[in-house]
Design a protein around this ligand. Structure first.
Ligand SMILES: [Zn+2]
Ligand SMILES: [Zn+2]
Length: 377
């Protein structure tokens, strides 16, 4: 019974699309689900999002399951019958698999509706850019869904296939990309004193961002800045530079810590710019809140998993997930499922989602649907 979902995964894998450009993916999903006669299909949700709604026989709470739709700008290096047909774009985070899992749940729901309540299968665009969840939540069409609880999973290479990874509280970190622009004035390299070079400010900012002061985060919390790149002037030995840019990723386990890191980083930039008589700009991209799981939701996933192998994560994952936008508004949980120990890491060119995880994960979601509704009424 999982064959249609596996076939869908291969088709989605063959035609990957980047964040915000998932029109073809949306069309394929709608085509797939039309055959299963759901109660409604909401399209163009927050861009290319699709929500497929199945109602139970009796009224009751609404449970939302989410999968992401986007691929990545990575060239595929594996050989399969369903290789990416698009140069430089591929499903390297397993979002094709996550969509197929919800497709399998949809096949099951079509044959056997839940006794009560409503199940919404949400296919969310633009997860990798951190834009999609917010766009879906702000879309007026989402207001009609009114979920009582929200759940999503991410496959995790390196762990045994199907092993569940659970954590109460923060599951995935908050993060944001900071873009610092420094604007001085270029000069002849023989007379740098007549210009205003940002060179010193760049070196100060890079050092101070990298070494966050103690006490900015509670003891034991992961909170750090990664300087991911910088530009300063150009390879022209006669010119003292007048412009620079620094790119850094701020990362923390809690949104409150992130707020402190932002304040600190902005103060560092401001002080260094002032000392160098430079103008400056600060912009942010790829903004992710921490994904914080509700205890009740985590307990429900655990119950649904039964006696199968389970791992309780002691630390949150350092990566970020825009599902945090959902858990900030609705009780819910993001959990991990092992993708196998021999699978390449996420975002690597050799990575491929394992089809064998589709039945495992779909069955878990089906048991969750059986357990869940009344808890969140
Ligand atoms: Zn990813
Ligand atoms: Zn992902």
């Amino acid at each position: 019974m999982f064959e249609p979902a596996i076939r869908l995964r291969h088709e989605l894998h063959r035609y990957p699309e980047l964040s915000g450009k998932e029109q073809g993916t949306a069309r394929r999903l709608v085509q797939f689900f039309c055959a299963f006669q759901p109660d409604s299909i909401i399209e163009q949700l927050g861009g290319n999002g699709v929500a497929v709604v199945f109602r139970g026989k009796e009224p009751g709470p609404t449970l939302l399951l989410r999968a992401e739709m986007d691929g990545l700008p990575i060239s595929e290096t594996i050989q399969t019958t369903y290789c990416s047909s698009r140069t430089g774009v591929a499903h390297k985070c397993g979002h094709d698999g996550h969509m197929a899992i919800l497709a399998a749940v949809g096949c099951h729901l079509a044959a056997k509706r839940p006794h009560e309540g409503t199940i919404v299968l949400l296919f969310q665009p633009a997860e990798e850019s951190g834009m999609g969840a917010n766009a879906v939540l702000r879309d007026a069409k989402f207001a009609a869904i009114k979920p009582h609880s929200v759940f999503a999973l991410h496959n995790i290479p390196g762990l045994p296939l199907g092993e569940l990874v659970l954590k109460k509280g923060t599951f995935a970190c908050a993060s944001r990309g900071m873009v610092v622009g420094l604007h001085g004035m270029s000069a002849h390299a023989a007379q740098p004193d007549t210009g205003r070079s940002p060179a010193l400010a760049v070196s100060e900012i890079v050092q101070q961002l990298t070494r966050l002061p103690q006490g900015i985060a509670p003891a034991g919390e992961n909170a750090f800045v990664t300087v991911v790149g910088a530009t300063l002037g150009e390879k022209a030995f006669g010119i003292a530079p007048g412009r620079a840019e620094i790119w850094a990723t701020l990362r923390s386990e809690h949104d409150a810590t992130m707020a402190k890191m932002i304040r600190y980083s902005e103060q560092v930039v401001q002080a260094s710019a002032l000392a160098g008589k430079l103008n400056f700009s600060i912009d942010y991209e790829d903004i992710f809140s921490a994904t914080v799981n509700s205890s009740t939701a985590v307990d429900l996933v655990r119950q649904a998993h039964g006696d199968n192998p389970l791992r309780i994560a002691e630390q949150p994952f350092r990566w970020s997930e825009d599902f945090g936008q959902f858990t900030a508004r609705f009780p819910g949980a993001l959990f991990g499922m092992g993708a196998g120990t021999k699978v390449a890491d996420l975002h690597q060119p050799e990575y491929d989602f394992p089809d064998m995880l589709i039945p495992e994960a779909a069955r878990l979601f089906m048991r969750l649907i059986g357990h869940c509704p009344a808890q969140f009424a």
